[in-house]
Design a protein around this ligand. Structure first.
Ligand code: HPA
Length: 281
């Protein structure tokens, strides 16, 4: 489990940096946080009056080493709503511990964020889903064998044995479906399975993951969702399906293709997230 003092210190420093750069009289108090996945960083360019703080300027924050992950918090207005973005996240496969992976989400919570939109790039396992599509996450399977809640529990954050029967907020799912319909966007719904990575899946693993109920597979989101749910944040997860994994005719997947497809789907993701944030207020 994370040291709460480290999170408090980091949140204080981040808030102070943002307040320093914000227009006079503006209170930095976002209620909505967004974690941007691989190739989806473009959303950050659509924030009005944005202020960026590199992770390197936040005391105690682990630095992301992944290409395509810029590594900064960005505060700004998405339409009329103040939001804070995490552009670039830390992954288990970089060697970070679950607590390091979840530091950003816990900092955002400490700053007052209560709605969390988590995005990622994932491989589709459901044969009916297409590469380039978006999937709203209804539930997850944690195949990492790890948890951000390992160690002493911090009671002020949440319970020792948190219930996991509804990690992804049902009302937000319904809202997201309505927003997608309004925007004319097709979205799938399904179960996201998280591996520790960084290797992609073998055909046998792909067959197994599908058979245990997963619709998409990726290497992120689940640690953050567990930590965010533990502290009582309302979560909406959106996977960008960058490739299609069919165990009986596996095509090689490269990170270049995955990032490229995520970037193309970024436009749809932006429309969906913007519509949603406007509703969340
Ligand atoms: N497997 C795991 N992670 C991924 C994939 C995949 O096929 N595509 C994008 N992220």
């Amino acid at each position: 489990m994370q040291n709460p003092q480290d999170v408090q210190q980091a949140a204080q420093a981040l808030r102070a940096k943002l307040a320093h750069s914000a227009p006079q009289g503006h209170t930095v108090a976002p209620r909505t946080g967004i974690v941007l996945g691989t190739g989806l960083g473009e959303l950050a360019e659509h924030l009005g009056n944005s202020i960026a703080v590199p992770y390197a300027d936040v005391p105690g924050y682990p630095l992301s080493t992944v290409e395509g992950h810029e590594g900064r918090f960005i505060y700004g207005m998405l339409g009329t709503v103040p939001v804070i973005l995490q552009q670039g996240r830390c992954h288990l496969y970089e060697g970070y511990s679950p607590r390091e992976v979840c530091m950003g989400v816990r900092i955002m919570h400490e700053m007052g964020v209560r709605n969390l939109i988590i995005t990622n790039a994932a491989g589709a396992l459901n044969p009916q889903f297409d590469a380039g599509g978006l999937m709203l996450i209804t539930d997850h399977i944690n195949m990492t064998g790890l948890s951000p809640l390992t160690g002493a529990n911090h009671e002020a954050w949440g319970l020792r044995y948190p219930d996991m029967s509804a990690v992804y907020d049902k009302e937000y799912l319904t809202l997201a479906l309505r927003c997608a319909a309004q925007e004319g966007l097709r979205v799938e719904r399904g179960v996201y399975l998280c591996t520790a990575g960084p290797q992609l899946e073998t055909p046998a693993e792909t067959r197994f993951f599908r058979s245990i109920g997963a619709d998409a597979v990726g290497m992120s989101t689940v640690m953050e969702s567990i930590a965010a749910h533990h502290v009582g944040m309302r979560i909406l997860g959106i996977a960008c399906l960058t490739n299609k994994n069919l165990p009986d005719c596996m095509a090689p997947a490269t990170i270049e293709d995955i990032v490229h497809t995520a970037q193309i789907s970024g436009a749809a993701m932006l429309r969906l997230v913007s519509a949603l944030v406007a509703e969340l207020g």
